[in-house]
Design a protein around this ligand. Structure first.
Ligand SMILES: Nc1ncnc2c1ncn2[C@@H]1O[C@H](COP(=O)(O)OP(=O)(O)OP(=O)(O)O)[C@@H](O)[C@H]1O
Ligand SMILES: [Mg+2]
Length: 262
């Protein structure tokens, strides 16, 4: 199984797409994860997961509830240690956007950003905060209490915090789950622009259509095991077309899981 995942990794068109977008062929991976294992008592949440992501690559992590997506992302972010395996980057080089915003609802947008910029020891905190407000379209909300913002704007603050240290790799756990369709569209425009600028983005989602649209590579995780790593088209091809005719990506994904015993 692990070999299949590695083969798909090696030949992924997603890597080429990201590499050509960033103007380099065969770019050195921006992130390399090897043999990651996490146990909670008897339960194995992550079972020897390995993958690579290129600079500017958009990577979607998909899989059923309890697959280990949040566990894996939080290990990459340095929130908790793995029991085995390695991550090629230090946590300070990796931005982390948790599913539940970890910001102070009673502080303003600018106060939150300033606080986190200091905590992260960002060199020029004020300039960085101003830049993040502009980049995330929050300038007009700078003085507003975060707790009074809409869910979409709170999510922007959450992402702005993850980006304060200008990390080469950004991780987001179900970033779109609480957003309406318009806010979701804006979120993906923003994230796609980040990736086009060279940031490697790894995100989890239960919206597999979103993964199909906004990923160069999908990683399929089920019961802690990486079952697939490759382009959305390669995943659809892996389950093949049949007499029933062309299927949508969600059906292909469900069928893929079923074929692998999930
Ligand atoms: N702190 C913890 N202590 C014990 N078990 C945990 C802990 N965190 C996660 N787990 C277990 O590890 C497994 C993976 O959980 P995880 O939250 O990573 O899944 P997920 O893929 O993010 O699921 P979802 O799609 O529901 O968010 C689950 O069986 C979960 O119960
Ligand atoms: Mg989760």
């Amino acid at each position: 199984m692990a070999d299949a995942a590695h083969d798909a990794t090696a030949s992924s068109p997603g890597t080429d797409a990201a590499a050509s977008r960033s103007g380099t062929r065969k770019a050195k991976p921006a992130l390399r994860v090897e043999g990651l294992v996490k146990r909670y008592g008897e339960r194995v949440a992550v079972r020897g997961v390995s993958f690579e992501a290129a600079p500017g690559e958009l990577v979607a992590l998909i899989g059923p509830n309890g697959a280990g997506k949040t566990t894996m992302l939080s290990i990459l972010a340095g929130i908790q240690p793995p029991d085995a395996g390695s991550v090629s980057r230090q946590p300070r080089e990796i931005g982390w956007v948790p599913q539940q915003p970890a910001v102070y609802s009673k502080l303003s947008v600018a106060e939150n950003l300033r606080l986190f910029a200091r905590l992260e020891k960002v060199p020029d905190a004020d300039a960085t905060v101003a830049q993040m407000l502009a980049q995330t379209g929050l300038e007009e909300r700078a003085g507003d209490e975060v707790g009074r913002l809409s869910g979409g704007n709170q999510q922007r603050v959450n992402i702005a915090v993850g980006l304060l240290a200008a990390p080469p790799v950004l991780l987001l756990d179900e970033p779109s789950s609480s957003l309406d369709p318009r806010q979701r569209e804006r979120l993906w425009q923003f994230i796609s622009a980040l990736a086009a600028g060279g940031t490697t983005v790894v995100y989890s989602t239960h919206n597999v259509q979103e993964a199909e649209r906004y990923a160069d590579r999908v990683l399929v995780l089920a019961d802690g095991e990486l079952l697939f790593s490759g382009s959305p088209a390669a995943l659809a091809a892996a389950v093949g077309g049949d007499a029933a005719g062309p299927q949508d990506f969600e059906s292909a994904f469900v069928r893929f899981l079923h074929e692998h015993g999930h």
